[in-house]
Structures are given as structure tokens and as C-alpha cells.
Design a protein around this ligand. Structure first.
Ligand code: MN
Length: 432
């Protein structure tokens, strides 16, 4: 169960902590005494190791120079570009710094200059995201949404043959804690219009996981086979794909979502590596009797899904003022997906579309079989017909101004130590 090496960082072994020595997620942060200088950091307990500073003190000696150079950059892109062997070497080195035995920095004179209070850091989006793609890979989500809008044919004929997705907007991806502004847009009161322009009335969240593409990018025209896709999965973050359902409803045909989803997407700041997630990778995805066989280019022996537990919490402004705990509105798992991350990447590149390190692929809303495991308000309140009761006695059909949404993710069980993702948080600001 427990790691044989002792981690000396105080509090890192707390049983309910997200960041024990078994996790070691990467992030990018600005520390209070070095304003304007984002740097690569690694979370450990309530602390974070500053890799740029550690490199400056010679603490990264023994790692290949290309790895040290990548860890001194202001984003994770260069590190993500290196590949699995270098990611693993860096992780092992950091682990050694934080545990007993050389090259532990427990008694290093500059220890306190590199090991920072995590709460003091301003966390950034961990990579400069060149391209962002959002999929639609949960069967329960696609079936629920489909049955609201197309009761006769909830799943389109293509759905079980390919991971449906759309190209998202990278420029409006923000780190957890950034508020989301209620967007304006065209909406209609009847299906055929006419439209009016104004603030969205049906603002929603979408509970998702994202994976950062890593390793050398494929040249344009070259495919990434599903069997080698795993080596390009650097690590995962929580994603909240804020969505304006009334704008979406009017605009989405025939080309899919556009303005309904381009105003803000939030990500959790700590990238939990596939190496840390390995104990929680389980065979998958589940296919039901009668489901069509997937085409060869999407078939992968030993493919996997990841059992990340995910919860969504909601607190109104009034609840936060009174110090009330947020209300849990959803609990599910990322293992409940029909399409895997490897299949998404293989399908994305099946045309020869070139991927670059730092590109983000999100899963689409993660919903499970039960009402409690539905990952957005649209499904959770069934288009607003079954409102949720919050802890302050008010009802929610969609998000209101002042609401704060918090998504948390963690892995437990499977004979391994619990690890977590931290949280992805955002407050809804009124339209302007
Ligand atoms: Mn989405």
C-alpha cells in the first residue's frame, strides 16, 4: 500500500491528501517573491517544489541537460515534448529529492527556497495550449442529451463507430479560480426563431477530464496508431466546459457548438501524469452486447479507462457568505466512458491531423448510469424540469450569477495510495 521510501515533507502522508509522494503532479506557478516569472512546479503535500530554483541550486544534477532545460521554462510544453522516458526520469529524480537517501534535499541549506507553501502560489494554465479539442465520449451523456432533443433517435448512427468531437477554443482556457462571465448571445423562444440578443439564461457546466498531448508531435499527414497513442498521453486535468445551452440550441446545427462554448473553459492546475494514474487504469471501455465492433484503426488490445472519482459541488453567493458547505450535485467516475483517450487521439490523427505538445483533448461531459452521476445541469435537472435543491433552500435549474462551482477528482482503492487532482473552481459573474 505505502511507498517504501519515506517522504520527509511534513503533512505529505495525510491519508486524505491529494498530493502524496505517489502523485507528484506538474504545474506552472508564480511565487509571491518572483512576480511575473512563471515556473514549473511539482506538488507535494501542502507544498510545491520550484524546479527552476532547484535547477539553479544544482539539485537537478544527474538529469539529462535537455530535461533540466525543459524544467526551467515558463510553461510545461518543452517538458511535455520530451517523451515518456524523460518524464519518468524527472519524476524519479524529484521523488528522490523528497525522500530519504541521496540526492534528498531534506538537509540542503536552500531547502526552504525551493519548497514553497502551495497556498502562496498563483497557479497558471500549465501549458500554452495551441489546440483544444472537446469530445462527446460518454454514452450516458450522449443518450441523455439526445433523448431530450431527439427522442426518436437519442444516439446518432455514427456515435458507436467514432468518438464524436469538435475543435474548441484554446484562447479562452483559464486556470481554476478564474471567474466566468455570463455570455451574451442569440437565443430563441421558439424553435424557428426569431432570435433576440442578450445574456444567456441557461448557463451550465460540463464535468470533463482533459489529457495533454506529449512526446514528439506527428508530422502533418502521419497518423498516430491507437496502439502507440498511450505513449503520447502526458497527464490529465479536470476540465469544466462552461456552456450556454440557449445559445447552443439555436446555433448548433449543422456545424456543432460555436459561441455556446467559446467564452470560457476552466482547467485544474495540476497535471496528474499517466505514470501516477497507472494503478487506477482499468481495462476498458465497456461495450454492451449488440454494440457494433469498432473498426480496426480504433481497436487496441490492452486499452484502458481511468477510475478517477469526480464530484461537482455548488454554492450560491448566500451560502458562501454564511460559511455553508457547498451542495454536492454530482458524483461519477471517468471509468464510465465509451471511448478511451487512446481512441480519441488515434481518431483525431486518423486523417493525418498534426498534434503538438501541449494540445488538450477533453473527454466531453462525464455522466454515469444514475441520476446522481450526471455531469451537467442540463441532464441533472432534465432541462430544468427537475430542479436541484441547494443547502440554502433555493432551487437551481441552471447556474445563477454568484454561484460557485467546484469540481474535485481523486483516485482511491485498486490496492494503491489515494491521489487527487485538487480542484477546478469558478464563480459566475453577471453579464456585462
Ligand atoms: Mn464539453
Amino acid at each position: 500500500m505505502t511507498d517504501p521510501a519515506r517522504c520527509w515533507v511534513p503533512g505529505a502522508d495525510r491519508a486524505d491528501g491529494d498530493f502524496p509522494i505517489e502523485n507528484l503532479p506538474w504545474g506552472v506557478a508564480v511565487r509571491p517573491d518572483r512576480p511575473g516569472e512563471p515556473r514549473v512546479v511539482c506538488a507535494i503535500g501542502d507544498h510545491a517544489l520550484d524546479l527552476a530554483e532547484a535547477a539553479g541550486f544544482g539539485m537537478l544534477e544527474g538529469l539529462p541537460p535537455r530535461v533540466v532545460a525543459a524544467l526551467r521554462m515558463p510553461t510545461l510544453n518543452a517538458f511535455m515534448a520530451l517523451g515518456a522516458a524523460d518524464w519518468s526520469a524527472a519524476r524519479a529524480h524529484v521523488r528522490a529529492l523528497l525522500t530519504d537517501g541521496p540526492p534528498s534535499i531534506e538537509r540542503h541549506a536552500r531547502r526552504d527556497a525551493v519548497l514553497l507553501d502551495r497556498a502562496s502560489l498563483a497557479m497558471h494554465v500549465p501549458a500554452a495550449i495551441g489546440d483544444y479539442t472537446d469530445f462527446y465520449a460518454s454514452e450516458h451523456h450522449a443518450t441523455n442529451v439526445g433523448s431530450m432533443f431527439r427522442p426518436n433517435q437519442p444516439l446518432m448512427p455514427n456515435w458507436k463507430h467514432l468518438p464524436v468531437g469538435y475543435h474548441g477554443r484554446a484562447s479562452s482556457i483559464v486556470a481554476s479560480g478564474t471567474p466566468v462571465r455570463r455570455p451574451h448571445g442569440q437565443t430563441v423562444s421558439s424553435d424557428d426563431g426569431p432570435p433576440s440578443f442578450g445574456p444567456s439564461k441557461l448557463l451550465d457546466h460540463e464535468l470533463e477530464m482533459g489529457v495533454f498531448f506529449g512526446g514528439a508531435g506527428n508530422a502533418m499527414g502521419e497518423r498516430i496508431p491507437v496502439a502507440s497513442a498511450r505513449g503520447h498521453l502526458f497527464g490529465c486535468v479536470i476540465v469544466n466546459d462552461w456552456s450556454a445551452r440557449d445559445i447552443q440550441k439555436w446555433e448548433y446545427q449543422p456545424l456543432g457548438p460555436f459561441n455556446a462554448k467559446n467564452f470560457c473553459t476552466s482547467v485544474s492546475p495540476w497535471v496528474v501524469t499517466l505514470e501516477a494514474l497507472r494503478p487506477f487504469c482499468v481495462p476498458g471501455p465497456a461495450r454492451r452486447e449488440g454494440d457494433p465492433a469498432v473498426l480496426d484503426y480504433l481497436r487496441c488490445d490492452g486499452d484502458f479507462v481511468v477510475d478517477v472519482k469526480l464530484e461537482v459541488l455548488l454554492a450560491s453567493a448566500a451560502m458562501r457568505e454564511k460559511g455553508m458547505a457547498p451542495t454536492r450535485i454530482s458524483l461519477g467516475t471517468f471509468a464510465d466512458m465509451y471511448w478511451t483517450m487512446s481512441q480519441m487521439l488515434a481518431h483525431h490523427t486518423s486523417t493525418g491531423c498534426n498534434m503538438r505538445p501541449g494540445d488538450l483533448l477533453a473527454s466531453g461531459t462525464i455522466s454515469g448510469p444514475t441520476k446522481e452521476s450526471r455531469g451537467c445541469m442540463l441532464e441533472r435537472t432534465w432541462r430544468g424540469t427537475e430542479p436541484i435543491m441547494l443547502g440554502d433552500g433555493t432551487e437551481r435549474r441552471f447556474l445563477q450569477d454568484g454561484d460557485e462551482l467546484v469540481i474535485r477528482g481523486w483516485c482511491e482503492g485498486h490496492g494503491a495510495r489515494r491521489i487527487g487532482f485538487g480542484e477546478c473552481r469558478g464563480v459566475v459573474l453577471p453579464a456585462r
